[in-house]
Design a binder for this molecule. Structure first.
Ligand code: ZN
Length: 336
């Protein structure tokens, strides 16, 4: 398969075009200036200004969307240690959190000194959603560039559950541990606008409601949340404006007692569903759903191109995929 000579995007990636040197349109449009130290400093200062001005009226300074993976573990530690934040860490259990990740979450929350909340949506509802996502594309095609349909559905629920809790508990910041490949620095600090959130929520809630019915609604914002626009928090993604170095991240989180799960695929350090989601996506669209993120990290110079290619071509664990299908109650012989 043809792959961009600069990043790792393959010819199967939607809308890709190569020039005569085999360089893709994403690489040609990439502006290194967006990733310079000064651009990062600009956003870090923007966050720190907002942070200094925050009203410490509620019980928490920020809500951390905590998957238990390496990036969110590192971010959680930074918040508590460098910013002295009173954090409520929230983990949404999609029914496929690796047992090692669950132990990591407990150990890290204790080591870092933060309150933690597990939210477990109804598994019968999630099952319907994931099974449908494995069969067909339910979101606008644009979303497929960055993640598998299963991941997009799951992450949407995580985002809206966190936002719900932040509005209810009056928490001024919701923090995510996206890597700089998953979210650009220009969107690392922004205020949630209720009308925009309402529109974004509709795009994902509608197709999920068609699949799972009204049982899906408790995981999205209700009118009672929209009635308190003054409580809509800022979204912060610190790894976009702070240094991102995988070796340093691993070294630090291991000191906190974090252990690398043996049972997840190379692109996830917390979710067992991921192998299955990747297999389905590769089968349906012919590229790894992590290609976009890793390509971005290669362009920014934070990931070696050969390492990225190796990570993207590693086959999924067949046994894990089989176990996931069993738990979801689906049998798709064509995916074997
Ligand atoms: Zn490229």
């Amino acid at each position: 398969m043809r792959v961009c000579t600069k990043c790792v995007l393959p010819e199967t990636f939607p809308g890709i075009e190569f020039d005569e040197n085999g360089v893709c349109n994403h690489c040609r449009a990439h502006k290194q200036a967006e990733y310079t130290a000064s651009r990062k400093t600009q956003y870090r200062e923007k966050f720190e200004r907002l942070w200094a001005e925050r009203q410490a009226s509620g019980a928490y300074d920020c809500l951390m969307s905590y998957s238990g993976g390496k990036d969110s573990t590192y971010t959680l530690d930074l918040l508590a240690r460098e910013y002295g934040a009173r954090v409520l860490a929230v983990t949404v259990d999609n029914g496929f959190v690796s047992p090692t990740a669950i132990e990591n979450i407990r150990r890290v929350a204790e080591a870092v000194g933060v309150a933690h909340l597990f939210v477990k949506p109804r598994f019968d509802v999630l099952k319907k959603v994931f099974a449908a996502c494995a069969e067909r594309q339910i979101f606008p095609p644009k979303t497929l560039e960055r993640a598998s349909t299963i991941c997009t559905a799951c992450m949407a629920m995580v985002k809206f559950i966190c936002l719900q809790i932040a509005v209810e508990k009056n928490i001024p910041f919701v923090v995510f541990g996206w890597s700089p490949g998953q979210a650009p620095v220009t969107s690392s600090v922004f205020k949630n606008n209720p009308e925009m959130i309402r529109k974004m929520q509709e795009t994902v809630r509608k197709p999920l409601e068609e699949i799972a019915g009204g049982e899906i609604l408790p995981y999205f914002l209700q009118e009672e949340h929209f009635a308190r626009p003054e409580r809509f928090p800022y979204n912060i993604n610190p790894l976009a404006f702070l240094e991102y170095d995988e070796a340093r991240i691993h070294a630090r989180i291991e000191q906190l007692g974090w252990k690398k799960p043996e049972d997840t695929d190379p692109n996830s350090t917390n979710c067992l569903l991921n192998s299955f989601a990747n297999t389905v996506h590769r089968k349906q669209f012919g590229y790894n759903p992590y290609a976009f993120e890793l390509a971005e990290l290669v362009r920014q110079g934070t990931l070696d191109r050969h390492d990225a290619l190796a990570r993207l071509s590693e086959p999924e664990d067949g046994e894990m995929v089989h176990l996931v299908k069993k738990r979801l109650g689906i049998e798709q012989p064509q995916l074997r």
